[in-house]
Structures are given as structure tokens and as C-alpha cells.
Design a protein around this ligand. Structure first.
Ligand SMILES: Cc1cc2nc3c(=O)[nH]c(=O)nc-3n(C[C@H](O)[C@H](O)[C@H](O)COP(=O)(O)OP(=O)(O)OC[C@H]3O[C@@H](n4cnc5c(N)ncnc54)[C@H](O)[C@@H]3O)c2cc1C
Length: 288
């Protein structure tokens, strides 16, 4: 099957893009890398009158560091991050996640913003950025607003974005010295979407941490206070204190009724905790 006929425009500034999005009649779709939208167009799951290509907007490709926050333009690609072409204040966490998304042609075009807006429950950035405590910057006719990723992704393929709004950037807090990060994606074949994701961002020195169980039916299950997973205390011995029964209870409370499914997700989370305790080498070429 092939897409319906549509018009195509490529605005060259954020102001022009927002104005066109607000005023254009009919069904308008934005395209970034096209790695999710392309198949949806071909299957006629979306039938736009107009496609606005957002990759010509310089503001959406910009990357900056604001104090201890990395601000990634929405059109930064997975490959930009994998190759180290953008700063990474997470000591390799972002690079490692990017490198495990799909395979290289997808990573060359797919963008961090497109991935978050598409909000596939199995997508890597949805879970990883939730665990990292990232926020999204949104622009629209009424100005700009910021939301934590966990409030932006509201359901499977559903995000808190108005019709004339766009995701402009992702704000990723630095991973401080002493913080531990683990991210494990379970899939049958390399390059596949995940069947289960476990992610932890722990600060044993501060006794706090976040944990995410992803690739579930809805948005990732977030434990913004992960202490219950560790017997109530996150310290240097967190790996020994991990309590699978507490993770299982969190999944049951989130509505996951299938015991086998819960077991897979708890096992993957346990691996993420183990990885946080003993980080594996980055094993990627030097930053480009
Ligand atoms: C074979 C294959 C395997 C894949 N495997 C994985 C995987 O293992 N893990 C994974 O995480 N992902 C995977 N993906 C998805 C991939 O990461 C896509 O890049 C991503 O889902 C969408 O990014 P995109 O830039 O291509 O967005 P597009 O396809 O261009 O857009 C997706 C949606 O987001 C909207 N949109 C895009 N950017 C914005 C913006 N800035 N503001 C508002 N709306 C916007 C579009 O209108 C559209 O609705 C895979 C894709 C393919 C084709």
C-alpha cells in the first residue's frame, strides 16, 4: 500500500513552523526521521493533507548545556548521540541507550523527539529518559511549557501535546559523580523493540533513586522513589538489597496480571540493578 497524496513543506524556522501548524487547514502531520511515520503513512493509518518536515528548523537540532542539564533539540538523531557528536552529561548512559536502538539506518534518521512523541511503549527513549528524570520542552501558540517525561507520555502512542504544539527539546539532568545507572533491554534479536526494559538511576550517597519498568502495555511503570525495591534504603549495598518481591508487587499494583510477564520484567529490572552496581564498559568508539 502507498500513502494518500499529501502536500509537503519544510519550514526553516521555529516561528514559521509554529505559524504554519496553527493556521494550516485539514489534517497536518509533522515528520522528523520518518521511521515511525513512514510505515504509518504507507499503511494509511494516517492520511494527512499536509506534512511539515521539521528537520530544516535549526532550533530543533541545537544542543546546549545549561548548568547541569543537557538540552537536546528534538531532531537530534539516535546516531548523533551514539557517535558522541553531542555532549553527554550522563557519563555514557545516553550513548549506550542510543546504540541499542534498532539498527544503524534507523538510528541515522530516527530522532529523540520523534521517538518520545510516537510513544511506543517499547521504545527505548521513553523508558530511559523517564528513569533519567528528563523533561520535555513544548512550544505552541500559547508559548512554551515544560513537562517531566512521565507526565508527557500518558499512554500507548499517546502524549500530552496539543494539536498546534511541537516538542522542541529534551532536558536531561546530568548523572552526578557517585550516581549509578543501569539500563537493560530484553529482546529476542538485536535491533528489535524491547519485550522488557529495566532502568535504574540511583544515588546511594543521597539514599535516593528512581526505577522504571518499561515495554509494558501503557507508559513505563515509574517508581520515582525506588527505596521500597531495596528494603526501604538505597545505600552502597543496593545490589544486595534488591527485593524482587517488591518489584513484582509494584507491577501487580500497576495492573500487570500475568505472572510470567511480571517475572520477565522483574528479572530484567534485577539485571539493570546488577549493571548499576557493576557498570559494563561503554565499548563504543571514541566520541566523534
Ligand atoms: C525497523 C525499526 C526498528 C525500530 N526499533 C526500535 C527500537 O529498538 N527501539 C526504539 O526505541 N525505537 C525503534 N524504532 C523506532 C525509531 O526509534 C524511530 O526513530 C522513532 O520511533 C520515531 O522517530 P522519528 O524521528 O523517525 O519520528 P517520525 O517517524 O518522523 O515521527 C513519529 C511521530 O512523532 C511526531 N513527531 C516527530 N517529531 C515531533 C516533534 N518534534 N514534535 C511533535 N511531533 C513530532 C510525528 O508527527 C509522528 O506522529 C524502530 C523503527 C524501525 C523502522
Amino acid at each position: 500500500m502507498k500513502p494518500v497524496a499529501f502536500a509537503w513543506e519544510r519550514p526553516d524556522s521555529l516561528a514559521a513552523l509554529l505559524a504554519r501548524l496553527a493556521e494550516a487547514p485539514g489534517n497536518v502531520k509533522l515528520i522528523a526521521g520518518g521511521q515511525s511515520l513512514g510505515p504509518m503513512l504507507n499503511l494509511r493509518l494516517v492520511e494527512p493533507d499536509l506534512i511539515l518536515d521539521i528537520t530544516g528548523v535549526p532550533e530543533l537540532r541545537a544542543v546546549r548545556v545549561e548548568s547541569d542539564t543537557l538540552v537536546l533539540g528534538a531532531c537530534v538523531t539516535h546516531a548523533d548521540i551514539e557517535d558522541g557528536r553531542v555532549r553527554d552529561l550522563t557519563r555514557g548512559a545516553l550513548r549506550r541507550v542510543a546504540a541499542a536502538i534498532a539498527y544503524r539506518p534507523v538510528r541515522n534518521r530516527g530522532t529523540v523527539g520523534g521517538s518520545l512523541v510516537h510513544a511506543d511503549p517499547a521504545a527505548d527513549w521513553v523508558s530511559a529518559l523517564t528513569a533519567l528524570g528528563a523533561e520535555v520542552e513544548i512550544a505552541g501558540p500559547d508559548g512554551c511549557r515544560t513537562l517531566p517525561v512521565e507526565r508527557f507520555v500518558t499512554g500507548p502512542l499517546t502524549v500530552a501535546l496539543g494539536r498546534a504544539e511541537i516538542l522542541v527539546a529534551v532536558r536531561v539532568p546530568a548523572l552526578p559523580a557517585g550516581a549509578a545507572w543501569g539500563y537493560v533491554k530484553h529482546c529476542a534479536k538485536i535491533g528489535e523493540f524491547a519485550h522488557a526494559i529495566g532502568a535504574v538511576r540511583l544515588e546511594p550517597g543521597q539514599g535516593r533513586g528512581r526505577a522504571v519498568i518499561g515495554a509494558v502495555e501503557g507508559p513505563p511503570v515509574l517508581l520515582a522513589d525506588a527505596r521500597p525495591l531495596f528494603g526501604g534504603r538505597i545505600g552502597a549495598d543496593f545490589a544486595d538489597r534488591f527485593d524482587p518481591a517488591a518489584a513484582d508487587a509494584a507491577l501487580r499494583a500497576a495492573g500487570m496480571t500475568d505472572a510470567v510477564e511480571r517475572h520477565v520484567h522483574v528479572t530484567v529490572l534485577a539485571r539493570a540493578v546488577a549493571q548499576a552496581a557493576k557498570p559494563v564498559p561503554l565499548n563504543l568508539p571514541e566520541a566523534a
